[in-house]
Design a protein. Structure first.
Ligand code: PGA
Length: 250
């Protein structure tokens, strides 16, 4: 399975800035090493420009940071999968920890987004991860299981597993400079893999599990080489083309 290197630009970059960074990345990573794919996830407003900048780049894909689980309707401020696809996106995140913890998204809503996004033809990256308090209280496995099961509860078991990614992102490692240790990453990814196999059977081995949380050029190659790590989801270190290219090429 190809490893996915995803750049989550969060609420950063104007259209022009996104186009410049995307073009620069396409140039720096003109030939990602075999078996690697690059996914750029700009804010909604820069999807079209970012997509145009990577249109001819080999193994580059475009994704959105969120979606609303309906085709259209009276949902002020929301964006449907059809609209995202119209902008060129083929992937979307569901349940990023900032949406769960700052915007108050529930497990149930994240599950609806995951199921609807997949049914609409998008590939979905379902984000899960424990807070520091939950980890300290020994609740890692319980939180990951709850978020993973709820996130995938509406997904048909015969779904193409290659359209699903689960990103394990410990909340305490996001944007903090704290990286989960190798043993912690292997443990959490092993839990996610077991859950995926429980839900999808042997196909659960074909869904990708990404790690996210303070991934940098200096730690990327070690992380990407760990058991059950099929890619990385990168925030801060994805904003500059030079820095993110060093992660993709690490
Ligand atoms: P970070 O963010 O790389 O800045 O820690 C990761 C994420 O939120 O996806």
């Amino acid at each position: 399975m190809n490893k996915l290197f995803a750049a989550n630009w969060k609420m950063h970059k104007t259209r022009a800035e996104a186009a410049t960074t995307a073009s620069e990345l396409a140039r720096l990573c003109a030939a990602p090493p075999a078996g690697r794919e690059v996914l750029l996830i700009p804010p909604f407003t820069a999807l079209a420009e970012t997509g145009a900048a990577i249109a001819t780049a080999d193994r580059f894909f475009l994704g959105a940071q969120n979606l609303y689980p309906a085709d259209h309707g009276a949902f002020t401020g929301e964006i449907s999968p059809a609209m995202l696809k119209d902008c060129g996106a083929t992937f979307a995140l569901a349940g990023h920890s900032e949406r769960r913890h700052i915007l108050g998204e529930s497990d149930a809503l994240v599950g609806e987004k995951t199921a609807f996004g997949l049914a609409s033809g998008l590939k979905i990256i379902l984000c899960v991860g424990e807070t520091l308090d939950e980890r300290k209280a020994g609740r890692l496995a319980e939180v990951i299981e709850r978020q993973t099961r709820a996130g995938l509860s509406g997904v048909p078991v015969d779904v193409d597993p290659e359209r699903i990614c689960v990103a394990y992102e410990p909340v305490w490692a996001i944007g903090t400079g704290l990286v989960a240790g190798s043993a912690e990453i292997v443990e959490a990814h092993g839990l996610v893999r077991k859950l995926l196999e429980g839900i999808f059977g042997a196909n659960g081995r074909l869904a990708r599990i990404l790690y996210g949380g303070s991934v940098k050029p200096g730690n990327a190659s070690e992380i990407i080489g760990l058991d059950n790590v099929d890619g990385v989801l990168v925030g801060g270190a994805s904003l500059k083309a030079d820095e993110f290219s060093r992660i993709v090429l690490a």
